[in-house]
Design a binder for this molecule. Sequence first.
Ligand SMILES: O=c1ccn([C@@H]2O[C@H](COP(=O)(O)O)[C@@H](O)[C@H]2O)c(=O)[nH]1
Length: 237
Amino acid sequence: MTPAPIAVALDAPDLETAAHWASLVTPHVTTVKVGLELYLRYGPDVIASVRGASGVRVFLDLKLHDIPNTVAGAARAVARLKPAILTVHATGGPAMIRAAVEAMPNTQIAAVTLLTSLSEADLEQVGVSGPPEDAVRRLSALAVAAGAQALVCSPREVAAVRAEVGPGITLITPGVRPAGAASQDQARVATPEQALADGADLLVIGRPITGSADPGATAAGIAAALRRVSAATGRGA
Ligand SMILES: O=c1ccn([C@@H]2O[C@H](COP(=O)(O)O)[C@@H](O)[C@H]2O)c(=O)[nH]1
């Protein structure tokens, strides 16, 4: 069975757990994601541990956000780890995004638009007023113009972003929750089926898989649901 376009977020407290989750889900998904919790605790060695023998694609979600020179240096520092994807914040601006792109020619630089944990009210508090979709579209256009090959947005905005940037850009959506699952600290969410049908290329899913009794079986179940959407719509999977 072809693995589904899912990046499982390995937000684990220790390396053994992360590597175990990775081994359980890799038959069913294309990608595993290493974020701040694991990377800051274990450093670069974590990448080889989760990549394991399967050689699964690793998405390094460091969400870099600093002046261009510093981001370029940070990107060069992780380039040897050969992540498939590295995140930077779109609000770092075009020069910062371009610095990351130029520093990592063999990695997709994904610009995070607005964190999926932020509600419209939260966004208002940090000075982003109006529908989140408007700011997400604007940041997407800016990031793509600066060279980003991928964008991170919520599944609620993915159709609008696709309309904005066209077919050539990889759209990555965290904030994915199977029907009936708790949204936890995510604010702008949709189901895996909806995210794929609306144009997402890669669905980031963490706790609904890793917090389940059987992460391998849960990943397999979501992958099967995505294949059904794909068969019906011709999208992804
Ligand atoms: O806007 C964003 C950007 C990144 N993330 C990351 O995705 C996962 C989501 O995990 P869940 O357990 O499925 O909520 C997590 O690693 C975040 O750091 C995001 O959620 N939103």
